[in-house]
Design a protein around this ligand. Structure first.
Ligand code: UDP
Ligand code: MG
Length: 316
C-alpha cells in the first residue's frame, strides 16, 4: 500500500456552487506542499448527503485526480462532524488536516499547521486572525468560546475554526469514540498530549451560503456543552438550593408578619412576576435536563450514525 503522510479531510454539504473554485485552489496548494516537503498526500472529501449536484461534481473530480482523491458519498445528511468522522475512519496519513469546503479556510495555510506539528505538537488548531462572518456570528462565537473555556477543561483559542491538524493517535482515538453527538475539535483536545494554536487567515465564503441556520448552530453548541461539561446541570442544583434557601427565609418572614399584622394581599403582582420568573427558570432547567437525556437516549439506541452510499478510491 502506498504510504501516505498527510490526509486532508473536507466535509461537503450542498456546496455545488463553490466546488470548482475550491478545487482550483486546493489541488495546486496541496501539490506544492507535497513537493516542497517531499510527502505524499491524500484528499478525502465526504459528501454529507447533499441535495444539489455536489456528488456528481465529486465523482467527476475523482476521475480527474484519482491518484490523490478519495470520495465518500453519504446517503443522508449526518452533520458536519459525523461526516468528518466518516472521513477520519478512512484516513491513512500520519497527520490529518480538516478544513471547510467553502474556502473560508485558505488551503495555502495548511503549511502553518504542519510546521507546528514538526515542532512536536500533536494537535494544532487554527484561530482566525480576522473572522469574515456576520457580526452576530462573531459575537456569539466569542461568548461561546468564553463559556466553554470557563465550564469545560477544553482549552483552545477558536473552537469554531475547522482548519486543524491532528496526529494519527488522536484520529485513532476519535475513531474509537462511540459518541453520537460529536464535536471533533473538543474531543481531539481530550486526547492531545501537546496541543497548540496557530493564527490563520479566514476568508469570506466563496459561494453559496452558510449551512448553519440558527437552530442548527444552537444544537451544535449544546453538543459541545453537554458533551464536555456537567456544569450546566450543576448550575441548576446550585440555583435550586439558593432559591429554596431564599424562599424559606421569605416564608418565615411572612409568617411572622402575618401573626403580628394579620393577612395582607398587597404586592400580589410582584409575587406573580417573581413566580413567573422562577417558572421560566424551572422550565429552562427542565429543557436542559432534556438535552442531556435526549443525548443519552440516542446513545442508548446506538443507531449507525451515518450511511455510506459509495466510496470512490483507487485500489493500490
Ligand atoms: N457541512 C456538512 N454537513 C452539514 C453542514 C455543513 O458537511 O450538515 C460542511 C459544509 O459543507 C462546510 C463545513 O461543513 O464545508 C462548514 O459549514 P459552513 O461553512 O456552512 O459553516 P459556517 O462557516 O457558516 O460556520
Ligand atoms: Mg463556512
Amino acid at each position: 500500500m502506498k504510504t501516505v503522510d498527510l490526509s486532508i479531510v473536507i466535509p461537503i454539504y450542498n456546496e455545488a456552487a463553490g466546488l470548482q473554485a475550491l478545487f482550483a485552489r486546493l489541488y495546486p496548494a496541496l501539490d506544492k506542499l507535497a513537493s516542497d516537503l517531499n510527502i505524499h498526500y491524500e484528499l478525502i472529501m465526504i459528501d454529507d448527503g447533499s441535495r444539489d449536484n455536489s456528488p456528481s461534481i465529486l465523482r467527476e473530480q475523482f476521475n480527474q485526480r484519482p491518484d490523490v482523491t478519495r470520495i465518500i458519498l453519504l446517503a443522508v445528511n449526518a452533520g458536519q462532524h459525523m461526516a468528518i468522522k466518516a472521513g477520519f475512519e478512512r484516513t491513512r496519513g500520519s497527520i490529518v488536516v480538516t478544513l471547510d469546503a467553502d474556502l473560508q479556510n485558505p488551503p495555502e495555510e495548511i503549511y502553518k499547521l504542519l510546521a507546528k506539528m514538526r515542532e512536536g505538537y500533536d494537535y494544532v488548531g487554527g484561530y482566525r486572525r480576522e473572522r469574515n462572518d456576520t457580526a452576530f456570528r462573531k459575537y456569539a462565537s466569542r461568548i461561546l468560546n468564553r463559556i466553554r473555556e470557563r465550564t469545560t477543561r477544553i482549552h483552545m483559542r477558536d473552537q469554531g475554526c475547522m482548519l486543524r491538524s491532528y496526529s494519527r493517535p488522536i484520529v485513532d482515538a476519535i475513531n474509537h469514540s462511540n459518541e453520537v453527538n460529536l464535536y471533533i475539535p473538543a474531543l481531539a483536545f481530550i486526547y492531545a498530549r501537546r496541543p497548540t494554536d496557530v493564527e490563520v487567515e479566514h476568508e469570506e465564503r466563496a459561494a453559496g451560503e452558510s449551512k448553519y441556520p440558527l437552530s442548527k448552530l444552537i444544537r451544535l453548541n449544546f453538543d459541545l456543552m453537554t458533551g464536555f461539561s456537567l456544569m450546566p446541570l450543576q448550575f441548576f442544583s446550585m440555583l435550586g438550593m439558593a432559591t429554596a434557601g431564599i424562599s424559606t427565609a421569605a416564608f418565615i418572614f411572612l409568617a411572622i408578619r402575618r401573626m403580628l399584622y394579620g393577612a395582607d394581599a398587597d404586592g400580589v403582582f410582584t409575587l406573580f412576576s417573581f413566580t413567573f420568573m422562577l417558572l421560566g427558570v424551572v422550565l429552562f432547567g427542565m429543557g436542559l435536563l432534556g438535552e442531556y437525556i435526549g443525548r443519552i437516549y440516542q446513545q442508548v439506541q446506538s443507531r449507525p450514525r451515518y450511511l455510506i452510499n459509495a466510496v470512490l478510491e483507487q485500489l493500490d
